[in-house]
Design a binder for this molecule. Structure first.
Ligand code: ATP
Length: 353
């Protein structure tokens, strides 16, 4: 098992800094996602860990040993790509045997490893099939098996579910996560899909423009984003204007807002009178029929999607809110409503811009 430590890792292409001095310490057996918009440097980071791309500056250590000058094939890494990258003219069995033959693993050991790993990805009966005789999800499981069969120190996955349809993608998230837990392999997963990163990871590394914006547990990133850009990237968010009144219990700040006075969590301190921006997630808001306190408003739109209903609510004070509720709420478009938000639904994003 392996701890991966990245220090001030940088990659420049000409004058552009695709990865700009990032540092991450990935614990043994941890599942880390690199999450960010297209072009933020996720794949370049992964390629540097794999050894497919040379680092311009910085260190990459596996269990304390700098591997920057170790060639890719000697780094002992299993990698899975978006396009599966299986050998099309080889059967599943031959695809899996390839890496083992390269490593000169003896035949009996090879047979037992292939059988074990195919069993793990639930493709026991498929060893004689060719890739084009498998569904996308099955091909991706073969790619996963091929990465794991060499018993690598580290597993690297680059958008492995991007080519699958929505339902299969959700199933595969859980499948990969469970498999990773069972095998206990240190894993770095690249994705631009926030739900994917949050469901699967122990910690999420949010990247923008080649830099790390925030590292934390999924709930930390979602509930306590460092800034507005992160809050918006990892989900829907309402921005509420507030004014600092003073300190509240447990390090919170008392803030005046359209929802009255609320005690809000914050990383920083602000002087009384400071104009601030609060975030409020759509699912934290509760709609009640008119006349039940809270902030008054009117439902301007309602979108039913089975498991949830999305509402747009225009508050009388001028703000528009995005609200998500369970579908058992019987509130229709055009209804006047009382809008309630619990104090722990708010987060103090920072001083108003
Ligand atoms: P995506 O989700 O679209 O794959 P990403 O976050 O993985 O994006 P990278 O592929 O790491 O981003 O690219 C980061 C930046 O580096 C981009 O601006 C990209 O255009 C640039 N880049 C990547 N590879 C090269 C290269 N070989 N030569 C020049 N520029 C490159």
């Amino acid at each position: 098992m392996t701890e991966v430590s990245i220090e001030r890792l940088t990659k420049t292409f000409g004058t552009a800094r695709a990865v700009d001095g990032i540092s991450i310490r990935i614990a043994d057996g941890e599942f880390i996602s690199l999450l960010g918009p297209s072009g933020c440097g996720k794949t370049t980071t992964l390629k540097m860990i794999a050894g497919f791309e040379e680092a311009s500056e910085g260190a990459i250590r596996f269990d304390g040993k700098d591997v920057v000058n170790v060639p890719a094939e000697k780094r002992d890494i299993g990698m899975v790509f978006q396009n599966y990258a299986l050998f099309p003219h080889m059967t599943v069995d031959q695809n899996l045997a390839f890496g083992l033959e390269m490593r000169k693993i003896a035949k009996p050991e090879m047979r037992s490893r292939i059988a074990k790993v195919l069993d793990m990805v639930q493709l026991g009966g498929y060893s004689e099939r060719f890739p084009n005789q498998l569904s996308g999800g099955q091909q991706q499981r073969v790619a996963l098996a091929r990465a794991l069969v060499i018993e690598p120190k580290i597993l690297l996955l680059d958008e492995p579910l991007a080519n699958l349809d929505a339902k299969l993608r959700e199933e595969m998230r859980v499948f990969i996560r469970d498999l990773q837990r069972r095998v206990g392999i240190t894993t770095v997963y690249v994705t631009h899909d926030q739900a994917e990163a949050m469901t699967m990871s122990d910690r999420v590394v949010v990247m923008f423009g080649g830099r790390i914006a925030q590292i934390g547990a999924p709930s930390d990133i979602y509930e306590r984003p460092e800034n507005l850009e992160i809050a918006q990237f990892v989900g829907q968010v309402n921005l509420i204007k507030g004014t600092i009144i003073g300190a509240a219990e447990a390090g919170k700040r008392r803030v005046a807002s359209v929802f009255g006075e609320v005690a809000v969590d914050s990383r920083e301190d602000y002087a009384p009178g400071t104009a601030v921006t609060l975030s409020l997630r759509p699912e934290a808001i509760e709609l009640r029929p008119e006349g039940q306190g809270g902030a008054a408003g009117k439902v301007t739109a309602r979108y039913y999607s089975g498991s949830i209903i999305d509402y747009r609510v225009a508050l009388d004070s001028g703000e528009t809110l995005h609200v998500q509720t369970f579908p058992n709420i019987r509130i229709a478009e055009g209804d006047r409503v009382s809008v309630h938000a619990p104090a722990d639904g708010f987060w103090l994003l920072g001083a108003a811009k």
